[in-house]
Design a binder for this molecule. Structure first.
Ligand SMILES: Nc1ncnc2c1ncn2[C@@H]1O[C@H](COP(=O)(O)OP(=O)(O)O)[C@@H](O)[C@H]1O
Ligand SMILES: [Mg+2]
Length: 385
């Protein structure tokens, strides 16, 4: 028996290829059936052996049948070296001054040198080191040598604050001869905050800083790479980010980061099979007046994903929660029950508000370029071998 997620109200089947190369926005008030619709679509993808990835910030999809689940902090971690200094700050929820941000970038490079080239534990001592030798080491770093010991970051920041002697003993061919005590003192509070942050159990687990004998953890970008390279066999990949449930903005950063990995992977490889990416309650990880939308992975996938066969399926309570620029990326919308006429107006549909306001749970309007059709969502009948 082949599952089908949507039927027309007269019982006729709606083929899931209504999605074609389009992203799908699912809107509706709480309890109107958005998550159930998403599950039905996932069920249909499993039956049709279409690849689907669920980014799950709340753990709601942990019980999804036929799921391959990677839980950040449990059996999956992030490699800090793959995050940019600004992404790292966002994930940690810290905001360093421009000077310290610059030092952070340098500290990360120095720790990469220490871990991959010097190959010794601890941090990289800059006192007394010749500039041109260090420069040569930096030139040897490449993308595959991105790993470093993130736990050393606070100590390395201190090592970055070195200067030549302030008198005739100065040797300007060296990275530094004495600590710059004044700068260190000024930055001390911020550096202690960073240290405290990195020592919290959350981040120690996310970045795999704690030893865990006998328990295998996989790096998330590797998981995504594998899943994107091979067609799934009736399985759905779930990335569970619920360990950071209390920190929505940090989850937002990680979601954005993971989506950029997916997009870049596709742009490099040009694999042809389509991949569906699901993000439920997307409004929590976006703001309607986002100034830096072009840096956001959700927006990048919406804008550039279609040409590399990436389809986003986003749900949100109100279309007004999404930035207008993002809303306009959706050609296809499933409109569940809505509470206000403004929300409907934002979707430029011809369906009257009174009809949408009166929709029972589990029914919706499927709005495509060709018009709107009322549909009934069938609950999933999960695929079994
Ligand atoms: N198509 C449907 N058929 C039967 N029950 C449904 C359907 N859609 C939703 N429900 C029920 O309605 C309730 C709310 O649905 P849910 O999908 O969680 O809504 P939302 O995600 O919009 O808050 C759930 O108990 C769910 O089982
Ligand atoms: Mg829901």
């Amino acid at each position: 028996m082949v599952a089908n997620a949507l039927n027309l109200v007269d019982g006729k089947r709606v083929a899931v290829d209504f999605l074609k190369a389009h992203h799908l926005l699912i809107v509706g008030q709480t309890g109107s059936g958005k998550t159930t619709t998403t599950l039905s679509l996932l069920d249909q993808f499993q039956h049709e052996n279409q690849t689907a990835i669920v980014l799950d910030p709340t753990g709601e999809y942990a019980q999804l049948p036929n799921a391959v689940t990677y839980t950040l902090g449990e059996n999956a971690y992030l490699e800090a070296g793959k995050l940019s200094a600004s992404e790292l700050q966002e994930v940690l929820g810290t905001q360093l001054s421009p000077l310290l941000t610059e030092k952070l970038v340098q500290a990360i490079d120095a720790l990469k040198v220490q871990h991959n080239l010097v190959q010794r534990p601890g941090c990289y001592q800059k006192l007394g080191q010749a500039i041109d030798q260090y420069q040569q080491l930096l030139n040897q770093l490449s993308t595959w040598t991105s790993e470093y010991q993130i736990a050393q970051l606070p100590d390395q920041l201190v090592e970055e604050m070195v200067i030549p002697f302030p008198d005739s003993r100065a040797d300007y061919h060296l990275l530094g001869q004495v600590y710059d005590y004044a700068t260190i003192s000024r930055a001390w509070t911020a550096m202690m905050n960073l240290r405290e942050c990195l020592s919290t159990p959350y981040f120690r687990r996310i970045f795999d800083m704690v030893p865990h004998p006998g328990r295998a953890k996989t790096e998330l970008s590797f998981v995504l790479k594998m899943f994107l390279a091979h067609r799934s066999s009736h399985r759905t990949l779930v990335i569970d980010l619920s360990m950071l449930k209390q920190f929505e903005s940090r989850q937002g950063t990680i979601i954005s980061y993971l989506l950029k990995i997916i997009l870049n992977n596709r742009l490099q490889k040009r694999t042809a099979f389509p991949v569906n990416i699901v993000l439920d309650e997307a409004h929590r990880y976006l703001s309607a007046n986002d100034q830096s939308l072009s840096h956001n992975g959700i927006f990048q996938v919406l804008r550039e994903g279609r040409k590399v066969h990436l389809r986003m399926i986003l749900t949100t309570q109100s279309p007004l929660d999404l930035p207008a620029k993002m809303r306009s990326q959706f050609n296809t919308v499933l409109i569940h029950r809505l509470l206000s006429v403004d929300e409907l107006t934002a979707l430029s549909t011809t369906v009257p508000f009174s009809t949408v306001a009166g929709l029972p749970t589990g029914q919706a309007f499927l709005q495509t370029a060709g018009g709107a059709q009322q549909v009934v969502v069938n609950t999933p009948e999960w695929w079994t071998d």
